[in-house]
Ligand binder design. Structure first.
Ligand code: NAD
Length: 308
């Protein structure tokens, strides 16, 4: 059946401006409605949402405006035979830039200078502390959209990029690709380890005590993927004991990161509030993807980024 309307669920407001998103669709073939939790759906409805709702299963097709769809019950979508799509493919630049931003800051100490600036402190660090990222090794775990966005930018800075990928196959710009079974070899000589895999049963807790021990004590963790991929208690222990040097973190086991979390207090930890993909154009990138899929749906073509 044809789609008769696009329902934009109000939860998109978690990530993008609601009205801005709705008005980003030019010459759109079907009506667009901003809907709340009272709405009901049928197979003529497409839904775009940030959060899951059980009633979306009645729609003709559901689009998650995020890349990570771990909050959605994929089994239920399979059973209901409701297609589910996500927004992977559009975060390479935005999340790539924030990951590189952490690395440059951690290497050149911008975060420390800014902290000291708050106290009008002309702070001169120990000579041995700052370093350039050039020629340093970065290990990127997961070489999809985020992983490639990070590795391309790291390459431009002259870093030596290695990666971890289930197929083990090489890709341009990554000097060595390791299988996930060889994760410890992959991270052993890396100055930076960047996590860029989805949160799944096989990636949950993938970075824990043994991995921090495999990393060098001058190494930094970058997590821009999902909090539960990293064992947060193990990370706090590793930072406390100096097993690793620091971290750049956009995602956490619990979000917002609770006030009492020790992560807030490490000088060598940079925290951003899950804003890796946040820019003033984010709604336009998502709208473009949704519009393309609406056209595909109406033309009977296969949907882009289909996860179920
Ligand atoms: P993607 O599908 O393009 O890439 C994910 C890659 O990880 C794929 O190549 C996949 O094969 C690989 N992978 C999966 N399991 C693996 C494993 N066990 N070992 C090695 N590789 C594995 O998705 P993406 O757009 O790059 O996003 C990745 C994840 O990052 C999302 O699922 C989401 O949770 C998160 N994300 C966070 C933000 C943010 O704002 N911080 C933004 C976008 C995405």
């Amino acid at each position: 059946p044809e789609l008769r309307r696009l329902c934009v669920h109000e939860s998109i407001g978690n990530a993008i401006p609601r009205e801005g998103f709705v008005s980003a669709f030019d010459n759109f073939p079907i009506p667009i409605e901003l809907v709340s939790d009272d709405e009901t759906y049928d197979e003529g409805d497409a839904v775009a949402s940030f959060e899951p709702r059980p009633e979306f299963l009645d729609a003709g097709w559901v689009h998650v405006i995020r890349a990570g769809y771990d909050a959605f019950d994929t089994n239920a979508y399979e059973t209901a035979r409701t297609p589910l799509t996500n927004s992977t493919g559009i975060h390479g630049t935005t999340v790539g830039e924030i990951a590189v931003g952490y690395m440059l800051s951690l290497a050149r100490m911008l975060h420390i200078y800014r902290d000291r600036q708050n106290d009008d402190d002309w702070y001169e660090p120990e000579y041995s502390r700052p370093f350039t990222v050039e020629d340093e090794r970065l290990c990127v775990i997961g070489l999809g959209t985020l992983g490639q966005g990070i590795s391309e930018r790291a390459n431009a800075l002259g870093m030596d990029v290695v990666g971890v990928r289930r197929s083990g196959k090489s890709i341009p710009g990554v000097s060595e690709v390791y299988h996930p079974d060889d994760l410890h070899d992959a991270i052993a000589d890396a100055r930076f380890v960047a996590v860029a895999v989805p949160h799944t049963p096989s990636t949950e807790g993938m970075i824990s005590t043994a991995e921090f021990e495999a990393m060098g004590d001058d190494a930094y963790l970058v997590n821009v993927a999902r909090g539960p991929i990293v064992d947060e208690d193990a990370l706090i222990d590793a930072l406390d004991s100096g097993t690793i040097a620091g971290a750049g973190l956009d995602v956490f086991e619990t979000e917002p990161l609770p006030e009492e979390s020790p992560l807030w207090d490490f000088e060598e930890v940079i925290i951003s509030p899950h804003r890796g993909s946040a820019t003033n154009r984010y709604h336009l990138d998502i709208a473009e993807l949704v519009a393309e899929n609406v056209h595909r749906y109406q033309d009977g073509e296969s949907l882009k980024n289909r996860v179920v």
